[in-house]
Design a protein around this ligand. Structure first.
Ligand SMILES: NC(=O)c1ccc[n+]([C@@H]2O[C@H](COP(=O)([O-])OP(=O)(O)OC[C@H]3O[C@@H](n4cnc5c(N)ncnc54)[C@H](OP(=O)(O)O)[C@@H]3O)[C@@H](O)[C@H]2O)c1
Length: 429
């Protein structure tokens, strides 16, 4: 099937805008294969066309004239990655009314103007999508709107601001608030003026958007009570530790007897709670509902390329759900071979019961060495005259660990079948 050429425009070509273009250019073949569409940025609105750009565009693409986007009939889709409420809001309303679908990364706009925006989208008969406005790369809006559409979600708990989570995590490690903030600024997690983040205002806008989608009832920024982390002192962090909890800036949206409560503020979170494990600049959202009990989504909540991935996903979703969109077809577009089961690498925990005799350890170690599996940790215990070995391997193909276990099982000093469990340690960062 011939692929469809889709000229798209960006409002804004800063951190996120340039990353969107990069993903569209560098991922063009993949997007085309998966969707049958070729997305090309043909216009990008900026303030200053002469500025140096992280990811350059072809001559003539940058413009300072909004009308050249609005009035270009060839532009099928627009991504708003410009930020701010005005003139951005007016531009998005004009685009939607004129029949151009828009995807937006702008929580401030969505948290203040969503009623007008959706009215304009309905007037223009087009979609407005906004996944990137909350928690960047974490696909929480799509999960709430599509996957959980029949689940009565009654509570959303979130760590939705990475800057404050980074600061609180550093405070747990001994830094005071000022030191942790300065470090966040040095690493680019916090703006030179961090007020929006540390005051809780940024998290409040995101919680307004999340609550609106979760409960299907409009919640605006003005409806969200918020408090920031400026008042958090080392003694709070110490008290939290005494209680086996951690301090987090938590956004909550709760349905109580049919009424909505949305708030943001510092809270002590039980050490076993999934939100307590969210450290550094990461974000997480926990959704609680009747049928699902609890689902937690965690990932990077900011960053140019992370946010761009959600913007591009929304663009693809618009195309996939318009007309005879590809999302209505078989999801498979290629045929990959299956990895032989023994080839998947991993680290393993291994337990062996052995005779308590000199030289046993060396024989067991040889079995692993013969298979080129190296041992990362080893502990030996003595129980009722039988020695038990607990060891952890470095990463190795599972098949080779199996082979090492078979030779170990055949050793005269090994008393029972060795046991092995995969260890899940690796994360995507
Ligand atoms: N950066 C992130 O990690 C992140 C994460 C999640 C969501 N977001 C959201 O994504 C949006 C964009 O963020 P960003 O970090 O990419 O911002 P940015 O780097 O400041 O880029 C903003 C872009 O918009 C253009 N622009 C701003 N005001 C304009 C105006 N009045 N007329 C024409 N062009 C204008 C700027 O033009 P010039 O380049 O000429 O100045 C720039 O290209 C915001 O809504 C932000 O909240 C960002």
């Amino acid at each position: 099937m011939a692929s469809v050429d889709v000229p798209v425009a960006l409002l804004g070509y800063g951190t996120v805008g340039a990353a969107v273009n990069r993903l569209l250019v560098e991922g063009a073949d993949e997007i085309e294969r998966a969707t049958g569409h070729k997305l090309r940025v043909t216009r990008a609105l900026v303030r200053d066309t002469g500025k140096e750009r992280d990811y350059p565009v072809a001559d003539g693409v940058l413009t300072t004239d909004f009308r050249s986007v609005l009035e270009d009939d060839s532009i099928a889709l627009v991504a708003e990655v410009m930020g701010g409420v005005e003139p951005t809001g007016g531009y998005v309303l004009d685009l939607l009314r004129s029949g151009k679908p828009v995807v937006s990364a702008n929580k401030q706009l969505l948290a203040r103007r969503s009623a007008d925006l959706f009215e304009a989208a309905s007037e223009g008969g087009v979609q407005l999508r906004f996944e990137a406005s909350v928690c960047a790369a974490i696909p929480v809006i799509k999960v709430l709107r599509e996957s959980l559409v029949v689940t009565n979600v009654h509570r959303v708990l979130g760590i939705v601001n990475g800057t404050t989570n980074f600061i609180l995590t550093r405070m747990e490690e001994g830094a005071d608030y000022e030191e942790a903030l300065a470090e966040a600024q040095r690493l680019g997690y916090a703006e030179a003026d961090p007020t929006d983040d540390v005051s809780g205002a940024d998290a409040a806008a995101k919680m307004a958007v999340l609550a609106t989608v979760a409960f299907g009832s409009r919640v605006e920024l003005a409806d969200v009570a918020y408090e920031g982390i400026e008042g958090i002192k080392p003694h709070h962090v110490a008290a939290a530790r005494e209680l086996e909890t951690v301090v987090r800036l938590v956004g909550s949206a709760t349905l109580v007897d049919g009424a909505v409560d949305v708030r943001v503020g510092p809270a002590f979170v039980d050490g076993h709670h999934p939100l307590a494990a969210v450290v550094g600049a990461f974000n997480a959202v926990m959704l609680q509902g009747d049928a699902i009990r609890e689902i937690t989504l965690e990932g990077p909540g900011a960053g140019g390329i992370e946010t761009a991935s959600a913007v591009v996903a929304d663009m693809v979703s618009v195309l996939g759900t318009t007309g005879t969109g590809f999302l209505q077809n078989d999801a498979c577009w290629r045929s990959l071979s299956k990895l032989p089961p023994g080839d998947l690498p991993g680290a393993f925990y291994v337990h062996l019961e052995v005779a308590d005799r000199p030289g046993v350890l060396a024989h067991v170690a040889d079995c692993f060495a013969e298979q080129d599996v190296s041992i990362a940790q080893l502990a030996q215990h003595l129980v009722n005259g039988t020695a038990a070995l607990d060891l952890v391997t470095h990463e190795a193909p599972g098949g080779r660990v199996e082979a090492a276990l078979s030779s170990a099982a055949a050793l005269a000093e090994v008393r029972s079948r060795p046991e092995a469990l995969r260890m899940i340690t690796e994360r995507g960062f």
